[in-house]
Design a protein around this ligand. Structure first.
Ligand SMILES: Nc1nc2c(ncn2[C@@H]2O[C@H](COP(=O)(O)OP(=O)(O)OP(=O)(O)O)[C@@H](O)[C@H]2O)c(=O)[nH]1
Length: 920
C-alpha cells in the first residue's frame, strides 16, 4: 500500500497548517490587544479619578483655608475688647491674603446694629473718621447689618461702606445662619453688587460669613460678621495649575447637579460618551457638588496607541509567521517541483538539441588538437567511404586526402587562436565517386577541468550546390550564353589586366574588334537560328586559332573581340605580329561555313589597336579597335585596319555628317538629277534618276557618303518615296511627247521591304496614270539574295503591276547567275568598274561579254554604266548592249534641265519651269 500522499493533498495540508498557525498568532495578538486596551481604559479611569480627587480636594482645601481666615479673624476679635479699624487693617495686611489665598478679593467687617442703635452706630462711625458714613439703603428695619470696613481698602470701595447687607436676602440668610450656629456660613451664589455693572456680570460669587461676638462667647452679644466674598471662577482659576486642565468641571451650589444651581462651568468640552463623576463637599453649611468629565485631551493622555501599534505588528507578524511556516513546509516540495521542472526543461532542451543535430545536414566531428577524431554526428554518412565509427580514434590525415586534412588542420589552428573559424573550403571525392565541396566551421571547446586540452567541434557543410550556383551565376555574369565565350564585362576586365601586365612587362599586345559582314542577311534569309549557328561556328574558329594565353570574347550580335598579349617588346615587332594575326583571323572567317550541310560564305571586318598606348584604358582600347573596324568596313568589308588617331577625327566627321543629314530634308538640300541612257546609236531611251545632296558648307556630298547614313537613319524611305513620285509625275508629263522613254529609280532595301510597298506602288501608278512598264526599279544584288523567297514573291507582285526590275552594279557582289533565272528581272546594269577598262583589258572585256551573253540568253536587257569614251561606247554597241549610260553621253543634271534638253520630236516638250525636283 502506498502511504505517500499525493503532492496536491500534501500541499493542501501544509497550507492548512500555515493558515492555522497564522490564525493562532492573530488570536493571541487580538487577546493581547484587547487586554492592553482594557488596561489603557483602566489607567484612564484611574487617572481621571485621581484628577477628580485632586480637583475636589483642592477646592475643598481652598474653601477650608477661607474658613480658617475667618476663624482667625474671629479669634482676633474674640481676644480683643475693641478692635479699631487700623488694627484690623494691620492684621489683614499681615495675613498677605493675595499671596496666600489666591482668588480672595477682600475681607469685610459687617456690624450688627439693632434698629435702636442705628444713630449711635452712625455717630460713632462718623466720629471714627468716616464723616459721610450712613447706613443705607435708608429704611426702617429691625436690625441693620452695614458694612463697616473693607480690607484691603481702596477709595472705590467707599460707597460700599454703610451698605446694609440685610437688604440682600442671600446675605441676610447666610448671616442669620452663621449667627445662629456660631459657625461660618456660606451664602447662596449671586452676582455681587460691584460686578453687576461690569464685564464680570456673569461671574457668580458666594460670601462666607463668620459671626463675631463680644467676648467671644456665643451667648454674648452679636457684634457683627466678618465676611469673605469670592468669585467662584477666581477660586477655580487660581487653582488651575493644580487642576488637570483636561477635565471638564461644573460646580453646583446644591447636593445634586441641578443646572438651576450652577455656580460655575469650566470652559472645557467633555469627550464624547465621557462618564461624569460627581463629588460633594460641605462648605459654610452648604453642599457643593462638583461634576467632572474627562475631555478628549484627557483620553489622549492615556496611551492607546501602544496597543494599536502592537496589534498591527502582531497581525503582520502572524501573517509573516504563517507565510514563513508555509514556505518552510513547502520548501521541499517546491524544490522537488523545481528540480522536476528543470529536469523536464533539460530533457526538452536535450531532445531539441538531438532533433536539431539530426536535422543538420552536415558532418559533425569532435577533434583533438592534433586532428584525431573523438566523436562524430552526422546524418550524411552516405557521403563517407566507410561508416563514421571506423574513423574514431584515427588522425584526419589517415582518413581524408591531404587537401581536406590540411584545410581541417589550418582551421583547427585558427580556431584554437580565435575561438572559432569558418570559411575554409575544400573539395572531396565522396562515396559515390563525385566530387563535393565542403565548408568548415570550427569552434574551440574548453576542457572540462582547468588544464585540460581544448577539443574542437567541426561542422563540415556540403556546399556543392552553392558552389555550382555560384559558378552558374559567374558564368551568366561573365560569359555569353550563346557561344560560351567571355562577354563584354569579362573582356573589359581581362583587357584591363592585360593592359596592366603589358605596362609592367614592357611588352605590347593587340586588341581586335571583329564584326561579321552583312550578318543580317543570314538572319533575314535563313532565320535567326541559322544566324546563331554561324555565330557559334565563328566563335569556335576564333578559339581554335588563338594561343591559350590569348582571349576571344563576344560583345553581342556579330561582334567579337580578340585580345592577344606579348606580341613584342617594340612597336614594329608587335605591329607585324598583330597584322599577321589579323590576317589569320580574316582567313579563318573567310573560309566557307557549313550551315545545315549547305556551304555559306561569310567574311569579317577587323579593326585592331596595339596596347599599351599613352593613358588609354580598356574601354579606350575597345573604342579604338571599333573605330578601326569601321574603317575596315568602309574600305569595302572583309578588310582589316589598325587604329590611327586620325580615325577618331573621321568617325567624328561621320557623326556630324549624319546629324546634318537629319536636317537636310527640312532645309530642302536634296535634288533629283537625271542621267541619260542611250541606245547603240546614241538616241535617248530614258534616264536614271539620281539623288543629290547640296550642303551649304560641304558642297555636293557624294551619294556613297550619305546614302548609307540615310539608310541607317531611315531617311531613305522619305527620299525614295519622293524620287518615285517624281519619276511617275515626270513619266506622266512625258507620256504625250516621249511615250517611249523609261526612267530608272534606285530602290533601297528598306523601302522595298516596307510591308505596304506593293500597295503604295499600285496607288502611285493609279494616281499618276503612268504605264508601269516605263518605270524601272534598280535593286542591288544584296537585296535580291536576302530572303530570296520573300524577295521573289514581292518582285512578282510588282512585276504584275507592270513594273520592271534592273540589277544595279551587276558583277560586283555575288555574281550568282542562279537567281537571275529565279527572279522576274528585266535588265542588268553592268557596273562601271568592268566598263572602265574595256575594251583595253582582256579580262574585263571578257566579263562584260559574258554578262551580255548570259543576259541575251536569259532575255534580259542590259545597260552599261560608266561609259566615258567613244571606244567603250563602240565596243558595247558592237556587243549588242542595248543601253549605255555615262559621261560620254551626258553627265547627271537637274531633272528639269534634262527634261528641257530632251530633243523635241513631233510631240511637244515638258514645261521646263517645273522645278518640283526640289523637296517640298
Ligand atoms: N542570329 C543572331 N543574330 C543576332 C544576334 N544578335 C544580334 N543579331 C543580329 O545581328 C545583326 C548585326 O547586324 P550589323 O552588324 O549591324 O550589320 P551586318 O548585317 O552585319 O552588316 P555590317 O556589319 O554593316 O557588315 C542584326 O541584324 C541583329 O539583329 C544573335 O544573338 N543571333
Amino acid at each position: 500500500m502506498n502511504h505517500r500522499s499525493s503532492p496536491c493533498s500534501r500541499i493542501g495540508l501544509q497550507a492548512l497548517l500555515a493558515v492555522l498557525l497564522c490564525a493562532v498568532m492573530l488570536g493571541l495578538t487580538y487577546l493581547y490587544w484587547h487586554s492592553e486596551n482594557q488596561a489603557a481604559h483602566e489607567r484612564e479611569r484611574r487617572n481621571f479619578d485621581l484628577a477628580v480627587e485632586q480637583i475636589s480636594s483642592s477646592l475643598q482645601d481652598r474653601m477650608a483655608s477661607y474658613e480658617i481666615v475667618l476663624r482667625g479673624i474671629k479669634g482676633y476679635f474674640d481676644a480683643s475688647e475693641f478692635v479699631s479699624p487700623g488694627e484690623f487693617r494691620s492684621y489683614m495686611q499681615a495675613l498677605h491674603l493675595e499671596e496666600t489665598r489666591p482668588g480672595l478679593a477682600s475681607v469685610s467687617l459687617i456690624a450688627h446694629v439693632p434698629a435702636r442703635e442705628l444713630h449711635a452706630h452712625e455717630a460713632r462711625m462718623r466720629a471714627d473718621g468716616m464723616a459721610d458714613y450712613h447706613v443705607h439703603p435708608a429704611g426702617v428695619r429691625e436690625a441693620y447689618a452695614p458694612m463697616t470696613q473693607i480690607e484691603p481698602w481702596s477709595e472705590s470701595k467707599r460707597a460700599a461702606l454703610g451698605f446694609d447687607l440685610n437688604t440682600i436676602n442671600v446675605a441676610r440668610e447666610a448671616m442669620a445662619q452663621s449667627a445662629a450656629t456660631g459657625q461660618p456660613a456660606l451664602s447662596r451664589g449671586y452676582v455681587l453688587a460691584r460686578d453687576r455693572n461690569t464685564d464680570r456680570n456673569q461671574d457668580i460669587s458666594s460670601v462666607l460669613y463668620m459671626p463675631l461676638y463680644s467676648h467671644g462667647a456665643k451667648s454674648a452679644a452679636l457684634r457683627g460678621w466678618a465676611s469673605l466674598p469670592f468669585r467662584v471662577k477666581d477660586i477655580v482659576h487660581s487653582l488651575t495649575p493644580e487642576f488637570a486642565p483636561d477635565v471638564a468641571l461644573t460646580i453646583y451650589d446644591a447636593p445634586d447637579a441641578d443646572p438651576a444651581n450652577r455656580l460655575f462651568v469650566l470652559d472645557a468640552k467633555p469627550a464624547p460618551n465621557a462618564v461624569t463623576t460627581l463629588r460633594h463637599f460641605e462648605v459654610g453649611g452648604r453642599t457643593w457638588t462638583l461634576a467632572m468629565s474627562p475631555t478628549a485631551a484627557f483620553s489622549q493622555r492615556t496611551d492607546h496607541q501602544h496597543s494599536t501599534v502592537v496589534a498591527a505588528l502582531g497581525a503582520v507578524l502572524s501573517l509573516a509567521t504563517g507565510w514563513f511556516a508555509w514556505v518552510l513546509m513547502t520548501a521541499r516540495d517546491r524544490a522537488e517541483q523545481l528540480a522536476g521542472n528543470m529536469t523536464q526543461e533539460l530533457r526538452s532542451a536535450r531532445d531539441e538539441l538531438e532533433s536539431t543535430l539530426s536535422a543538420i545536414p552536415d558532418l559533425l566531428f569532435e577533434l583533438s588538437r592534433d586532428g584525431r577524431l573523438l566523436r562524430h554526428r552526422t546524418s550524411r554518412s552516405d557521403l563517407l567511404h566507410s561508416p563514421p565509427d571506423d574513423f574514431l580514434g584515427r588522425l584526419l590525415s589517415e582518413v581524408v586526402p591531404p587537401e581536406a586534412a590540411s584545410a581541417y588542420m589550418n582551421a583547427i589552428a585558427q580556431a584554437e587562436r580565435d575561438g572559432n573559424t569558418r570559411g575554409w573550403q575544400f573539395p572531396l571525392r565522396v562515396a559515390d565517386g563525385s566530387t563535393h565541396w565542403f565548408e568548415l566551421s570550427i569552434a574551440r571547446k574548453q576542457g572540462e577541468q582547468p588544464g585540460d586540452q581544448p577539443t574542437f567541434i567541426a561542422l563540415s557543410r556540403d556546399i556543392t550546390e552553392r558552389k555550382e550556383a555560384e559558378s552558374r551565376t559567374h558564368r551568366l555574369a561573365y560569359y555569353d550564353a550563346l557561344t560560351g565565350l567571355p562577354n563584354r564585362r569579362m573582356l573589359v576586365e581581362q583587357a584591363q589586366h592585360a593592359l596592366t601586365r603589358a605596362r609592367r612587362n614592357e611588352s605590347m599586345g593587340a586588341l581586335f574588334f571583329i564584326d561579321l559582314d552583312h550578318f543580317k542577311r543570314i538572319n533575314d534569309a535563313q532565320g535567326h537560328a541559322m544566324g546563331d549557328t554561324l555565330l557559334i561556328q565563328v566563335a569556335r574558329r576564333l578559339q581554335d586559332l588563338l594561343r591559350p594565353e590569348d582571349l576571344v570574347g563576344r560583345l553581342g550580335g556579330d561582334e567579337f573581340v580578340v585580345l592577344a598579349q606579348d606580341l613584342g617588346q617594340d612597336l614594329a615587332t608587335a605591329r607585324r605580329a598583330a597584322e599577321a594575326l589579323a590576317r589569320r583571323l580574316r582567313e579563318a572567317l573567310d573560309t566557307p561555313y557549313a550551315l545545315q550541310d549547305r556551304p555559306y560564305s561569310s567574311t569579317g571586318s577587323i579593326g585592331g589597336t596595339l596596347f599599351p598606348r599613352g593613358q588609354a584604358d580598356a574601354q579606350d582600347m575597345l573604342r579604338e579597335a571599333d573605330t578601326a573596324m569601321y574603317r575596315a568596313k568602309a574600305a569595302g568589308r572583309n578588310h582589316m585596319a589598325f587604329y590611327e588617331p586620325e580615325m577618331q577625327a573621321s568617325a567624328q566627321e561621320e557623326l556630324s555628317l549624319a546629324q546634318d543629314l537629319q536636317r537636310a530634308w527640312d532645309l530642302g538640300q536634296f535634288a533629283i538629277y537625271a542621267q541619260s541612257q542611250v541606245n547603240g546609236v546614241g538616241q535617248i531611251i530614258g534616264a536614271e534618276l539620281l539623288l543629290r545632296w547640296f550642303h551649304p558648307e560641304r558642297g555636293a556630298v557624294a551619294p556613297d557618303q550619305f546614302i548609307p547614313l540615310a539608310e541607317e537613319s531611315g531617311l531613305i524611305l522619305r527620299l525614295g518615296e519622293w524620287v518615285l513620285e517624281r519619276a511617275c509625275t515626270t513619266l506622266a508629263a512625258l507620256s504625250a511627247t516621249h511615250p517611249q522613254l523609261t526612267l530608272s529609280v534606285n530602290m533601297s532595301q528598306l523601302q522595298f521591304r516596307q510591308d505596304d510597298f506593293v500597295e503604295r506602288m499600285a496607288s502611285l501608278l493609279e494616281r499618276t496614270g503612268v504605264p508601269a512598264e516605263r518605270l524601272v526599279l534598280e535593286v542591288t544584288e544584296s537585296l535580291l539574295i536576302a530572303a530570296v523567297d520573300d524577295t521573289a514573291e514581292r518582285m512578282t507582285q510588282l512585276v504584275n503591276l507592270g513594273l520592271r526590275f534592273a540589277i544595279d552594279d551587276f558583277g560586283t557582289g555575288y555574281s550568282s547567275f542562279a537567281y537571275l533565272k529565279r527572279l522576274p528581272l528585266y535588265e542588268l546594269k553592268i557596273d562601271k568598274s568592268f566598263v572602265k577598262d574595256t575594251p583595253g583589258s582582256a579580262s574585263d572585256t571578257a566579263i562584260v561579254q559574258s554578262i551580255l551573253s548570259v543576259a541575251h540568253h536569259l532575255g534580259l536587257a542590259v545597260v552599261a554604266e560608266g561609259v566615258e569614251t567613244q571606244a567603250q561606247a563602240a565596243f558595247l554597241a558592237a556587243n549588242h548592249c542595248q543601253g549605255l549610260q555615262g559621261y560620254w553621253f551626258g553627265r547627271p543634271m537637274p531633272l528639269a534641265q534634262w527634261l528641257s534638253e530632251l530633243p523635241t520630236g513631233d510631240a511637244g516638250l515638258l514645261d521646263a519651269t517645273d522645278s518640283s525636283d526640289q523637296p517640298k
